[in-house]
Design a protein around this ligand. Structure first.
Ligand code: NAP
Length: 260
């Protein structure tokens, strides 16, 4: 197709996940699509994508609606993290107002298998409570934003994995920090949990491959997992693979990357 003579499809990709990065690579190879990837700006050095990108909030539903109109966006793909519920709700409402079709790219939640010791809870406050009074050694694979929830439970020793080095002291008196960016692998996470002598893992049920290593490692080591269920998001069309998104955008060539 000749992109210079055919109107390109303007796509806004809401990112911040490994899936969004994979989709960005597929979009870079689709000349009939003119896509921009949007990051919230939570990490210091986001992975530079192979397509144009922007950083920062839109200013709520009104701001996103204005953006869709002023940028002549034809389609929106929400590939945010399943726990980014506010952004996803804003996308549903802004797309409704602006009359722009929306598709979510979201992996199915992880499922427990026989032998797993999962304690499923509704939010991180409940996860912190579920650790109990007795001091434990806890791996927190939950990101930086919600560590303060665990400050009310200082009796535990925490191992915290973060994308960026912390700029200030953590709100946890007894915490070790690992700075690393996923995707992670099962053997390395098993070694990390063993070295820390973890007796428990706290995780958000993200689903997909990028963050599943800690869950598989906990399974290997027969460790209990306090698993936070996903927050509710308004109903919207949803697919699980980059290939399905590309077909929705009218691009039928199957991407070759892992996970599509
Ligand atoms: P959130 O609570 O749903 O969103 C809060 C606000 O951040 C939104 O209202 C929006 O601001 C802005 N925002 C969120 N995602 C954005 C994006 N992709 N582009 C532009 N603005 C965005 O989101 P969150 O849980 O803080 O997550 C923030 C980002 O981190 C997301 O991109 C998400 O994919 C990624 N992430 C989140 C988690 C998690 O566990 N929550 C884990 C891994 C990655 P305005 O209202 O001003 O538009």
């Amino acid at each position: 197709m000749n992109a210079s003579t055919t109107k390109q499809l303007r796509v806004l990709l809401l990112g911040g996940t490994a899936d969004a990065n994979r989709l960005a690579h597929a979009l870079a190879g689709a000349p009939q699509i003119d896509a921009v990837l949007s990051y919230a700006g939570r990490t210091d050095n986001p992975t530079p994508p192979p397509i144009p990108w922007r950083v920062g909030g839109f200013g709520g539903v009104d701001g996103l609606t204005d953006y869709l109109r002023s940028e002549n966006i034809d389609r929106v793909v929400d590939a945010t993290h399943p726990f980014a519920a506010q952004m996803s709700a804003h996308a549903v409402e802004a797309c409704r107002r602006a009359g722009v079709p929306l598709l979510a790219l979201e992996r199915a939640p992880w499922q427990r298998v026989a032998g797993d010791q999962w304690i499923e809870v509704d939010d991180l406050a409940a996860a912190a409570e579920a650790l109990g009074e007795t001091p434990r050694r806890v791996f927190l694979g939950i990101g930086r934003m919600h560590l303060k929830t665990f400050a009310a439970h200082p009796q535990h020793a925490y191992l915290v994995r973060l994308v960026d080095p912390p700029r200030a002291a953590l709100p946890l008196p007894n915490a070790q920090v690992i700075v690393a960016r996923g995707p992670f692998d099962r053997a390395s996470d098993r070694a990390m949990l063993t070295e820390f002598r973890a007796d428990c893992v706290v995780a958000k049920n993200a689903g997909g491959h990028a963050a599943s290593a800690k869950i598989e490692a906990a399974r290997d080591l027969a460790l209990p997992v306090v698993m936070v269920r996903r927050p509710d998001v308004p109903t919207r069309p949803c697919v699980e693979s980059v290939a399905e998104v590309m077909r929705w955008l009218g691009h039928d060539e199957t991407p070759t990357e892992r996970g599509v």
